[in-house]
Ligand binder design. Structure first.
Ligand code: 1HN
Length: 314
């Protein structure tokens, strides 16, 4: 049993001796530390970045030849922020492109991380199984699988189905309330199909709301998702948006059209199916080349709840 020399510590005769005696106690005199603790404004640690659907689709098509969902469970390409060494696209969110071949089923599992999917290309017969209910996945649909809901994917259509997954997994890794389970049946039985499921924000409904609200951005109602806010906006050809700067992370998915965005000085050209990110405090604006629809997924609800959400001056 180590006997700690408390008297020796309290009688330390010099700062150097104090530092030496404190170090083994897993403590550090704050005034003596060179570790950064605060800075005047967000450091912009993460990089603006862009992923092309054309390239990701090519990679998934190769994976479709090379690996089965029975082995891979999820055939996906995870988007890694160039400034991160982890499976993370922003500080709190991870994005992946996923593909399921006709006739394939991706096993069911559940986890504390919340997830949503944005369908880029899928034929009728593609669906996500959420807690035993088949929820159709059609182009432009957004599917929600809140934390701890069982989910698997199936494609009974005639063509490969491609979609984009967004999860708050890096946030769960940071805070550590991590739980994960494989479904006991591996492939969860489908009790019924429900195109009107509350877990499906159909393209028909969201695009109708978007048209009615034009030119305003609309918020998609997803009360089951506490950590991720979803917004959609339509841009007319040649239209440039106001600049946005926020302490929240913003992920953009191009649902329609093409255009470009300037993210803190970095210019990104995008088209349908692409993903790009504006990490925290990176002022950014968009310009549509042709009529475009952008979906924005953001961790703003988390920052807002904690009192950390701040918008910069445009
Ligand atoms: C995951 O579980 C899914 O369930 C998709 O479909 C993408 C990316 C990273 C980690 C887990 C899914 C994922 C993922």
């Amino acid at each position: 049993m180590l006997t700690r020399d408390v008297d020796g510590l309290s009688n330390a005769a010099s700062l150097d001796e104090l530092y030496e005696r404190v170090a083994p106690l897993s403590a550090m005199p704050g005034w003596h530390s060179s570790l950064p603790v605060m800075w005047p404004e967000p450091q912009k640690t993460l990089a603006p970045a862009h992923w092309s659907y054309r390239e990701m689709k090519a990679g998934l098509d190769a994976a479709g030849r090379l690996i089965d969902t029975s082995i891979a469970e999820r055939r996906n390409l995870v988007l890694i922020n160039p400034a991160e060494a982890r499976l993370a696209t922003t500080r709190t969110l991870v994005v992946a492109y996923q593909m399921v071949l006709p006739g394939e089923v991706a096993r069911s599992h559940r986890h504390t991380a919340n997830a949503l999917r944005i369908v880029i290309d899928a034929e009728p017969g593609t669906y996500t199984v959420v807690d035993g209910v088949g929820v159709p996945m059609e182009q432009g649909d957004v599917l929600l699988t809140p934390g701890m809901s069982w989910h698997g994917h199936a494609n009974e259509g005639n063509a490969p189905a491609y979609w984009i997954d967004i999860l708050d997994l890096p946030l769960v890794q940071l805070l550590e309330p991590m739980f994960y389970e494989d479904h006991p049946a591996a492939y969860e039985p489908v009790n019924r199909h429900d195109p009107e499921s509350a877990f499906r924000l159909s393209r028909r409904d969201t695009f109708a709301a978007l048209a009615a609200a034009f030119p305003d951005e609309i918020a998609l109602a997803a009360p089951s998702l506490l950590t991720i806010g979803l917004f959609m906006s339509r841009l007319e050809p040649g239209q440039t948006t106001a600049s946005r700067q926020t302490t929240a992370q913003n992920i953009y998915v191009v649902l329609e059209g093409r255009g470009s965005s300037t993210i803190d000085g970095t210019v990104i050209d995008w088209e349908r199916g692409d993903v790009f990110v504006a990490p925290g405090w990176r002022a950014h604006e968009h310009r549509a080349g042709e009529s475009a629809v952008l979906l924005r997924a953001t961790d703003a609800p988390v920052l807002e709840k904690l009192g950390f959400l701040r918008q910069g001056a445009p």
